[in-house]
Design a protein around this ligand. Structure first.
Ligand code: GLA
Length: 406
């Protein structure tokens, strides 16, 4: 009996070490909210109690997510980014939240978020300090994984500041193991490939996908259209490598949605939504849901576009055509001969784009039923041959969903 048990233990640990991350999470791209891009490292709760990194901000966002339809649309994680921690670990060597800004502690905050039917995410760093200068997890991976699990945390973003990049391919998987060992399913977001890229090291995406549910591969998004375009360019340039590892349980993360912040126009916001959807990107909003205007809220709540993002295939779309300011990105969906297309227009004027569906991979002989899903308009039947023409707004996008005609 003892022998049998020993064998079982060996087998189980083999399975864990072969498969790495073993949490069954992120079968479709995770959706939620994250503090960083909008609220940064604002720790001035005395003067800015509504806009600082403190428990109130995350409770407010959880409330808005539930009451304004975001939860119903699929947004689930409320994520604390950097600057939540106290500058010192406690006497037992555990991370602790800043007591002034999180007076109830993270466990209580997790309880609150769970009571609203949502999940809580948190942030740490693989190195000696977080990017904002708070305690890092180097040398504390196990204890930090346990602490997060005890608090009831559901997602962890592990950043890579103040770390030796060369140790990441071993070190991040150690955190994967530590998270697995807690027994609590914690969605793991890794910044490891982004730091490798920045150091001109080619990331081993197979290893990354084995150990992380989502991973950042490129620079931080800023509140600007240029920043959105720059990220899209990187994804186009690397699309074969990145698409190859996009699958249920493992997704490339082009960073947060900035829809409803200060810079994107309505058309640009629709374009970010349409692009992140076709890329099978995590949909992590970083905005102020308390003051967001209705037209931006509506874009974020677009169920047809979300459905493409959440397609069970987990496939990342690819750029299949580029002509001047126009790019055409396609993604074939889980169901046979269903497709989504995002047309991106980087130019200053609206453009009419004509193509034959068969030239972008639509092969069904009876043709397709087509919908404009950014604007919820039925376009109707289209043949796979013959010109299919759409108008793509200036600095904006047009997105269709097509399914086979009967
Ligand atoms: C890095 C990350 C950002 C954010 C900040 C916090 O820059 O890429 O997403 O987490 O650190 O300091």
């Amino acid at each position: 009996m003892v022998k049998m048990l020993q064998c079982l233990v060996v087998l189980v640990s083999l399975v864990v070490s072969v498969h790495g991350l073993d949490n069954g999470l992120a079968l479709t791209p995770p959706m939620g909210w994250m503090s960083w891009e909008r609220f940064r490292c604002n720790i001035d709760c005395k003067n800015q109690p509504n806009d600082c990194i403190g428990e109130k901000l995350f409770m407010d966002m959880a409330d808005r997510m539930v009451e304004d339809g975001f939860k119903d649309a699929g947004y689930e994680y409320v994520n604390i980014d950097d600057c939540w921690a106290s500058k010192e670990r406690d006497s037992a060597g555990k991370l602790q939240a800043d007591p002034d800004r999180f007076p109830s502690g993270i466990k209580k905050l997790a309880d609150y978020v769970h009571s609203r039917g949502l999940k809580l995410g948190i942030y740490n760093d693989f190195g000696t300090k977080t990017c904002g200068g708070y305690p890092g997890s180097l040398g504390h991976l196990e204890v930090d994984a346990k602490t997060f699990a005890e608090w009831g945390v559901d997602m962890l973003k592990m950043d890579g500041c103040y770390a030796d990049v060369k140790t990441m391919p071993q070190g991040y998987p150690n955190m994967t193991k530590a998270l697995n060992a807690t027994g609590r399913p914690i969605l793991f977001s890794c910044s490891w490939p982004d730091y490798e890229r920045a150091s001109k090291i080619q990331p081993d995406y197979k290893l990354i996908a084995k150990n992380c549910n989502i991973w950042r591969n490129y620079i931080d998004i800023q509140d600007s259209w240029d920043s959105v375009l720059k990220i899209i360019d990187y994804y186009a340039q690397e699309q074969d490598t990145l698409a190859a590892v996009s699958a249920p349980g493992s997704f490339n993360d082009p960073d947060m949605l900035i829809i409803g912040d200060f810079s994107l126009s309505v058309e640009q916001a629709k374009a970010q939504m349409a692009m992140w959807s076709i890329l099978a990107a995590p949909m992590l909003m970083s905005n102020d849901l308390r003051t967001i205007s209705p037209e931006f809220r509506e874009i974020l709540l677009n169920k047809e576009v979300i459905q493409i993002n959440q397609d069970p295939s987990g496939k990342m779309g690819k750029r299949v055509m580029q002509d001047g300011d126009i790019e055409v990105w396609t993604k074939s969906l889980d169901l046979w001969e269903e497709h989504a297309v995002t047309y991106l227009n980087r130019g200053d004027s609206n453009q009419r784009v004509s193509l034959q569906l068969k030239n972008i991979g639509f092969d069904y002989i009876l043709g397709y039923e087509v919908r404009d899903i950014l604007n919820h308009i039925e376009i109707g039947h289209r043949e796979r041959e013959g010109n299919f023409t759409v108008t793509v707004p200036a600095k904006g996008a047009y997105m269709i969903y097509a399914y086979p005609s009967e």
